[in-house]
Design a protein around this ligand. Structure first.
Ligand SMILES: Cc1ncc(COP(=O)(O)O)c(C=O)c1O
Length: 170
C-alpha cells in the first residue's frame, strides 16, 4: 500500500460503486476496527468481538479490520473479528510492523467471497492509482510468509521487547 489517503479514497469510491442495487449490502456502512488501539495499546477481547459481530451482522455492516499489529500482540493471542464475522470482514494487514519493513510498502487485504464484487472494484481502483508493491519486495515477502523458525523467533523477541517497553512507558 503506498499512500494511505489514496487507499482510503479508492476504498470509498469502490464501496459506492459496487454496493448498491439488489445486494445484501444495499445500505452499506463501513466501519474500521483496529486490532490494537494505538493510543493505549489495548486490544478487543474475543467476547467484545463476538458482540460487535452480532451487531454488524444484524445491520449488514461491512467491517474493514486493520490488523497490521496482530503479530505483535504482546502475548501472541490476537483474535481477528473475521473469526466471528467472516462474511462481512475485510482484513487488512502488511509487513511493515512485525517484519520491521516500514517503508517497503507492502500491505494486503483479504476479502470474503461475499464481497468479491467489492474486491474486484478495489483492485481496479488500485491498479489505476498506486498500482502494486514493487516486485523485489513481493519476492522478499514470500520468504517472510514461509514463517520459518527464524522468523518466528524474530517476532517472539519483538513481542518480548515491546511488552517490556510497554510496561515501563505509560
Ligand atoms: C494502525 C495502522 N494501520 C496501518 C498502518 C500502515 O502501515 P504502513 O503504511 O507502514 O504499511 C499504520 C502505520 O503506522 C498503522 O498504525
Amino acid at each position: 500500500m503506498v499512500a494511505a489517503s489514496g487507499i482510503m479514497l479508492t476504498w470509498w469510491q469502490s464501496v459506492g460503486s459496487c454496493c448498491h442495487g439488489g445486494s445484501q449490502w444495499d445500505h452499506v456502512v463501513m466501519v474500521a476496527v483496529s486490532g490494537i488501539m494505538l493510543a493505549s495499546g489495548t486490544c478487543y477481547r474475543a467476547e467484545h468481538l463476538k458482540q460487535l459481530s452480532e451487531t454488524f451482522r444484524k445491520h449488514n455492516i461491512i467491517v474493514l479490520s486493520d490488523e497490521i499489529y496482530s503479530r505483535l500482540n504482546y502475548d501472541g493471542n490476537h483474535v481477528s473479528i473475521a473469526k466471528y464475522y467472516p462474511e462481512g470482514t475485510i482484513l487488512s494487514t502488511g509487513i511493515s510492523k512485525w517484519a520491521s519493513a516500514g517503508g517497503w510498502r507492502l500491505g494486503y487485504s483479504i476479502f470474503p467471497d461475499a464481497l468479491s464484487d467489492l474486491r474486484d472494484s478495489v483492485k481496479s481502483g488500485a491498479s489505476h492509482t498506486y498500482t502494486c508493491a514493487a516486485a523485489p519486495v513481493q519476492y522478499a515477502a514470500i520468504t517472510l510468509f514461509e514463517w520459518t523458525e527464524e522468523t518466528q523467533e524474530y517476532v517472539l523477541h519483538e513481542r518480548r521487547i515491546l511488552k517490556a517497553v510497554g510496561q515501563y512507558s505509560h
